[in-house]
Design a protein around this ligand. Sequence first.
Ligand code: DC
Length: 662
Amino acid sequence: MFATAFLDLPPLQSASGTVQLPGSKSISNRVLLLAALATGRTVIHDLLDSDDTRVMLTALEQLGCGVERSVGGVPTDVAVTGLAGVPPKNAAKLFLGNAGTAMRPLTAALAVLGGDFALSGVPRMHERPIGDLVDALRQLGCQIDYTGNDGFPPLKVGQPSLKLDAPIAVRGDVSSQFLTALLLALPLVAKQDIHIDVIGELISKPYIEITLNLLTKFGIHVKRDGWQRFTISQGASYQSPGEIWVEADASSASYFIALGAISTPATGSIRIEGLSENAIQGDIRFVDAARLMGAQITSGANHLEISKGAWPFTAIDLDCNHIPDAAMTLAIMALYAEGTTTLRNIASWRVKETDRISAMATELRKLGATVVDGHDFISVTPPAASDWKPASIHTYDDHRIAMCFSLAAFNPAGVAVRIEDPKCVAKTFPNYFETLFEVVKPRSVPVICVDGPTASGKGTLASRVAQQLGFHYLDSGALYRLTALAAKQQGIAWDDEAALAKIAAHLPVVFEGQAVLLNEDDVSELIRSEEMGIGASKVSVFPAVRDALTALQHSFARLPGLVADGRDMGTVIFPAAPLKIFLTASSATRAERRYKQLISKGISAKLDILRADLEARDLRDSSRASAPLKAAEGAVLLDNSGQTIEESVEFVLNQWRSKLGL
Ligand code: DC
C-alpha cells in the first residue's frame, strides 16, 4: 500500500495480463454479520481484507463472537462462530470507522437484540444520515438515542420492547442499506410474520438482491412483493451454511474492465479472476454499460476477459441507479469518448464517502473536461487531445475517486496525474495501485537522478525523496562497494579488470528494505566502511566493471518510479531521466559530515586526513576515462553546504512537481 501523501502516475501506454481482485465489500460485511448472528461456525473464504471488514471483525469480537483469522494459514479465510440469536451480555463501545456497511446493519441487529451499545465512527460517518433507519427501528419499539446530532451517528442502543404486529415502514429512496439492515436484523425476532413496507422508490435494488441471496444461504427465505413489501416468515432462524465463498468485488472490477477497454493493444487483453457475468453483485451490470461505450468483454465461469473494442468510446446517456458505485468509472471512461456522456439518477452519490457528484465534477474539470452537474446527474465532455492538463487529484478520503482517476493516466496528451492520499484505497482494495502496476506499461518509467561527489549527502537525499514519492531507490555506489567486497572475499585484486567484471556480472545481491545481502549475509554495514569506499572508487574505473553493472541498475526502474543516486546516473545509466540533480557541497563541509558520521559510530577519524581522502577520490572519480563524475546536461545544480536535509528534499520535490507541470 502507498502510505505517501501523494502518488504520481506517469503517462501510461498499454495494459495486459491477469488480475486477482479482492473479495466484494458488500458481500464480505453482510456475510460477517450473518455468520455472527447465526447458530454454528462459518468458514468464510476469500473475505476482503480492508478497513471496513477490519472494523466489522473487531466489532464482532467485542460483541462476543468467536473470530478466527487466517484459517488454515490462508489470510483471506476467516471463521466466525455466531451468537445463535443470544444478545451480547456485556456493554460494548463499537468504533466503525467510515464503514456504512457495518454501521447500518449492526445498529439494526443490536437494536432488536437489545443491550448497552455505543456505535460511532470517523467524523465523515457522523455526517452520513441514519435517521430513516432509526425511525423505522423506533417504530417497532427499539431504544436508540442520538448522542451527537439528530439523524446521524454516533448512537446509543438500549433494551427494546418490540411491537411487531404492524408493518414496519422504511424509506427506500435515501440508501438501500436501511432496508438491508432491517432484513438482516428482523429474522432474529421472527416470532410471527414480520412485514416491511418500503416508502418511496427503492434505490440500489441490486444491493437488496445481494442481501436476499445471502439470507437464503443462511436459511432465511424472505417473501417479496415487488419492491414494496418484504415478509419474514414466523419461525425464521439463522443457520450457518458451514462454508461460504465471497465473490471478487464487482465495483473493483470496473476499474480493470475500463482499463482493458481503454488501453489494451489490439492483440492483448485484461483477464479478471474470481468473477463472472453471473455474479450476484449489482455492479456486475457495469459490463453492459462498458459495452455500450465500446468495451469488448467475454465471461467465463469464474473470470472476465476484456479487450479493445470501439475507439474512441461512444458517449452514452444512461440511468445509473442500478450501478451507483461502478458508474463513477463511466465518468472517467467518458474522458475517452466522442461527445458528451451523461450519467443520470445518481443522487445517492451525494451521501457516499463524500459528495461524489461535486467531487467528480471538480476533479474532472482539473484535467480539462467540461462538466455539468445537477442534483442527480453529471455530464462529462472530454478535453481535446491537446487540452488535457496535468492535475493533482484530491481524493476526499474516497477510495473510488482514487481508483477511477488512476485511469486518467492514459490521456493522449501524456500529462501526469497525481493521486493525493493514495492510501484511501485501503477501504476496499489496499493493493489497488500495486495490482494496476503489474499489468500496465508506462510510456517510460520516471527516474530522478541524484549524482554528486562522495559524502555530498546523495544517499540521504535520494532515499528520502524516494520515500516521499513512493518510488523505488537505487544506491548505485553500493553495487561498486559490493563488487569491491566480493573481490576482497574471493582474494581478487582491485585492479584485475577481467576478474572484477565477472564478479560484477553475477553479484549474488538481494536488497531487502534497508538491508543489503551478499550471498545471504547482511553486509549493509560492511560495505559502508572507508575501506570499501576506496575499493569501490578503484574498481569503478574499469569500463568492463561498469558495463557488467548496467543491466542490474536498469532493472531498478519500475513503476511508479525510481530515484537513483551515484556518479553517472544522469550521464550514462538513465540519460533520458526527466529530472537530474547534481548535488555538491564544499570538500570542507563533506569532510566534516563524514567525520561526525564516523565519530558517532565510535570510529576514530582525523578531519584533515578525511578531507585529503575525499579530494583524492573526487579527482579519481571525475578524471577517469569511463563515465567520469560530472553534471549531466540539463542537470539542476544543488549546493547543499548551507542546507538542512529537509530543505534539500523540499527543493528536489518542488523541482519534480514543476517538471510534471503541477
Ligand atoms: O556513492 P558511494 O560513496 O557509495 O560510491 C562509492 C564509489 O563507487 C565512488 O567513489 C565511485 C563509485 N561509483 C561510481 O563510479 N558510479 C556510481 N554510479 C556510483 C559510485
